[in-house]
Each structure stands twice: as structure tokens, then as C-alpha cells.
Design a protein around this ligand. Structure first.
Ligand code: LLP
Length: 435
């Protein structure tokens, strides 16, 4: 295995293959930089998660966090597996609808919602997850839905980086423990009939014990509320948060172990508070798609200065995570995986920022030359979606691979796309028009 349990990444005579396709051929056919996703890896990740939970707790559902990768082809793969959606905004509600996900399996978890967004959600009958009691006051003036969920900040959170901690005192998300009862009480008094409870306490967590702990904490909030207010929860949504290993020494989550710990804690608490058997919902993004995506880039220029810099045609405009979080992404030499003579290099993009460096002092094959192809791993989530057109660079293409076949699932942007929608007042128009 070249990388963790991702069987879709293969070494065939030294050349990197992904989903049965030569990465060199993909680079030639579609151009670079290029996002490539493996359909079978997404399906495998989904099924591993579903199986681990379902055999322990049949009332289990997966909602895909569309923000992680919103390409409709990816959303549709997950829909075909039976996933619902976690939608963070109106466009994501529309994407879930376009994928044919049922409204009752779309949970809209907007953050600091505007009236227009709340109105859209309530009129489209998707399930609404409110993260503040004041939003209930505003919703009341539109239409009170029969179902309502609240996002709780259980006072504890965790995440791979500080910026990925979404609960606890420093987080902007969710309703704090003190106000939870009031939120459900008010909703009930307004005529809401059924309820959910939700948390999303952080992202990319690789410690199975954490999930058990935080589920216990959420149920210790939900249980007394159910009892005191006489309400029944339809579901307990424990968010996404499931981590994947990015560095060579990190290990994949043992999903059976996570499910075992979570489900036994859940069952213990459901019995303790006499809460029946609500659905358990997980709404991951990363766990499903992250290791199913690679970013393919070509070496454009190599410079030996204070350090050796390998310049590639992908940059922080395509993949922000390194500049933003100092994240590690493993990089493979697609032309010659077997090459073992290595040296320390910095792998950098073409953007005019010094944070545009994918790796610093990384040991890479000495033989890498201009024109060769590199593959940056684990970019299926929070890659393309967090990209930009910064430095006037059109966004890259996206391709889906499966069993040796490849399909374009998003066109590469053109110069015309860069200026689309702009308008130059007549009195300022000079020069030639080019698209
Ligand atoms: N549910 C909600 C409400 C969320 O906000 C998120 C992600 C998820 C589910 C999915 O979380 P996951 O399973 O992927 O941990 N840009 C960061 C990740 C930000 C996650 C934002 N929320 C990164 O590149 O690592």
C-alpha cells in the first residue's frame, strides 16, 4: 500500500495510478492543476462508517456535510449510497435538493442566519437546526415548523488545529448549556411537535475516546430536557468530526472501535433518561471524501537559492489548508514512485505570497525535474471548495475516476470566467477584449 488503506493509489512500474488511471495520463488529458476523486474510495468510506454503526444501532443515518466538497457528482455518489445532507446555507439546500435528497433528510445548520435564509429553509420544508434562541423569535414571525433542532455548544470541543475547535468558550457556534432548556421550552410553547438535538464540536479528531466523551456530555444535556419538558427526540446528531490521518505516522480511525464506544455510551444514556430509540446521525465530510481526492500538479520551475524550491502549477489558491492551518499534506512523485535518493526541498506554488508553500524541508526524490507530475494527497475535502481565483488564476478542473475510466465533473475555468459579471463603465473602456 502506498498510502494508508487507500487501495486506489497504486504503484504500477513506478508510475502513480489512482482509481485505475495513470496520473500522468490524467495530467496530460485534462491539464494541471487538476483535482481527481475516486468514486470507489468514497463508497468504501461511506460503507465502512455505515456498517460499523448500523450493526450496533440500526436507527443510524449519515448526512453528508456538503461544504466539504460540493461537486454535484460527489454529492450524488453519497446520495446513491443513501446519505442525507448537512447543508450550511441556501445553495447547499439547493444542492441537496438537486441530488434528490429528501427534505426530511436535509438538516439546514446555518450559522448566524439571516431572515431570508430562514425563510427559504422553512418554505422549502427542510429540517432546521437553530444555533441561537434569538433565531426562534425571527422564525416565529414566518412560520413555526413542526420539527426543530437546536445546535448545542456542550462546553467542550476538540480539533486538529485551534481553528478547527467548534465548541467550548471560544467558539462562535451553538447554544450554551444554560440556555438549552429555554430554547426547547419556547419551541414547544410555539407549537413545535418534534425535536432533534445537534452538536458539532470540532473537526479532524483521531481519538476514539473523545467521541464517547462528547456524546455522553450531549446526552447529559438532552436527557434532563426530555424528561423535564416531556419531549421526545427524533434524533441525536453528533456532527462530523471524524478525523483522517494526514501525516505518515498518524493512523486511521478504527471505525468499529469508535462506533462501539459511541453506541454503548448512547445506549447507556438513553436508558438512563428513558429516551427511547431516537435516530443517531453522523454528518461527516472529511471521513467520507478526504482521502478519495488528490491534487495533481506539474513542476514548472526549479530554483536553487537559499533552499531548493520546486515550483508547481498548483498553489494556495487551489489548496488553502497549508497556508491557513500549517496543515501537512503528503506529496508523491507521480513519475517515479520508486526513486529513493532524496533531498530536502520546499514545494511551492506560483502565487505572490510566501505562505504559498506546500512543504518545507520535505525529503523528495532528487530526480524531480521540470515537466514532472506531483500528487498532493488527502485533498478530497476542503480543497477545491476553499480555493479562490487569487492572483487572477482560474479554478482548476475536477475529474472522477473509477475502475480505470475518468470523467470530467467540473470544467477548468477560463479567462472569461475570471471577469464574468464584471462591468467597466464606458468612459473607462480601453484596450482589446479577450475571452
Ligand atoms: N457539520 C457541521 C455543522 C460542520 O460545520 C462541519 C464542518 C461538518 C459537519 C463536517 O465536519 P467534518 O466531518 O469534515 O469534520 N476547513 C477545515 C474544516 C472545517 C470544517 C467545517 N465544518 C479543514 O480544512 O480542515
Amino acid at each position: 500500500m502506498i498510502w494508508k488503506s487507500v487501495r486506489e493509489l497504486e504503484n504500477r512500474n513506478g508510475v502513480l495510478y489512482f482509481g485505475g488511471c495513470s496520473v500522468l495520463e490524467l495530467a496530460g488529458k485534462y491539464g494541471t492543476p487538476l483535482y481527481v476523486y475516486s468514486e470507489s474510495r468514497i463508497r468504501e468510506n461511506y460503507r465502512r462508517l455505515l456498517d460499523a454503526y448500523k450493526k450496533r444501532y440500526p436507527q443510524f443515518k449519515v448526512y453528508y456535510a456538503i461544504k466539504a466538497n460540493n461537486n454535484p457528482a460527489i454529492v450524488n455518489i453519497l446520495r446513491s449510497e443513501g446519505a442525507g445532507a448537512d447543508a450550511s446555507c441556501v445553495p447547499e439546500i439547493k444542492m441537496a435538493q438537486q441530488a434528490g435528497m429528501p427534505n426530511e433528510d436535509t438538516l439546514y445548520s446555518g450559522v448566524y442566519n439571516s431572515d431570508d435564509e430562514l425563510r427559504y429553509a422553512v418554505e422549502n420544508n427542510v429540517r432546521i437546526n437553530l444555533e441561537d434562541i434569538s433565531q426562534l423569535e425571527r422564525l416565529k414571525k414566518m412560520k413555526v415548523p413542526a420539527f426543530l433542532c437546536f445546535r448545542i455548544n456542550p462546553g467542550m470541543g476538540s480539533g486538529k488545529f485551534q481553528g478547527l475547535v467548534f465548541a467550548g468558550p471560544d467558539a462562535k457556534f451553538g447554544i450554551i448549556e444554560r440556555d438549552v432548556k429555554k430554547a426547547y421550552e419556547t419551541a414547544k410553547s410555539l407549537g413545535v411537535e418534534s425535536f432533534g438535538i445537534h452538536m458539532m464540536t470540532g473537526s479532524c479528531i483521531l481519538n476514539p475516546d473523545y467521541f464517547e466523551q462528547v456524546v455522553g456530555k450531549l446526552l447529559d444535556i438532552a436527557g434532563p430536557i426530555a424528561q423535564q419538558l416531556g419531549i421526545k427526540f427524533d434524533f441525536i446528531d453528533i456532527g462530523g468530526s471524524l478525523g483522517v490521518p494526514y501525516t505518515p505516522d498518524e493512523e486511521e480511525l478504527d471505525m468499529d472501535m469508535v462506533a462501539e464506544k459511541v453506541v454503548s455510551k448512547l445506549k447507556e444514556k438513553l436508558a438512563q433518561y428513558d429516551m427511547g430509540e431516537p435516530f443517531l446521525i453522523h454528518e461527516p465530510g472529511r471521513y467520507l471524501v478526504c482521502d478519495a481526492g488528490i491534487l495533481v500538479a506539474r513542476v514548472c520551475s526549479i530554483k536553487s537559492g537559499y533552499k531548493k524550491f520546486i515550483g508547481i502549477d498548483a498553489g494556495m489558491n487551489n489548496l488553502m489548508r497549508v497556508a491557513l492551518y500549517d496543515a501537512y499534506h503528503h506529496i508523491l512523485y507521480a513519475n517515479n514512485l520508486g526513486d529513493s535518493e532524496r533531498e530536502a526541498v520546499n514545494i511551492v506554488g506560483q502565487i505572490c505570497e510566501n505562505t504559498d508553500q506546500f512543504a518545507k524541508g520535505r525529503m523528495m526524490p532528487k530526480s524531480i525535474k521540470v515537466g514532472d507530475v506531483l500528487a498532493i494527497l488527502d485533498v478530497g475535502t476542503y480543497g477545491f471548495g476553499m480555493g479562490s481565483q487569487y492572483n487572477s488564476r482560474p479554478r482548476p478542473a475536477e475529474v472522477l475516476v473509477c475502475n480505470g475510466a475518468s470523467e470530467l465533473i467540473r470544467q477548468r475555468e477560463s479567462f472569461g470566467d475570471l471577469i464574468r459579471g464584471t462591468a467597466v463603465p464606458k468612459r473607462l473602456q480601453y484596450g482589446k477584449k479577450e475571452h
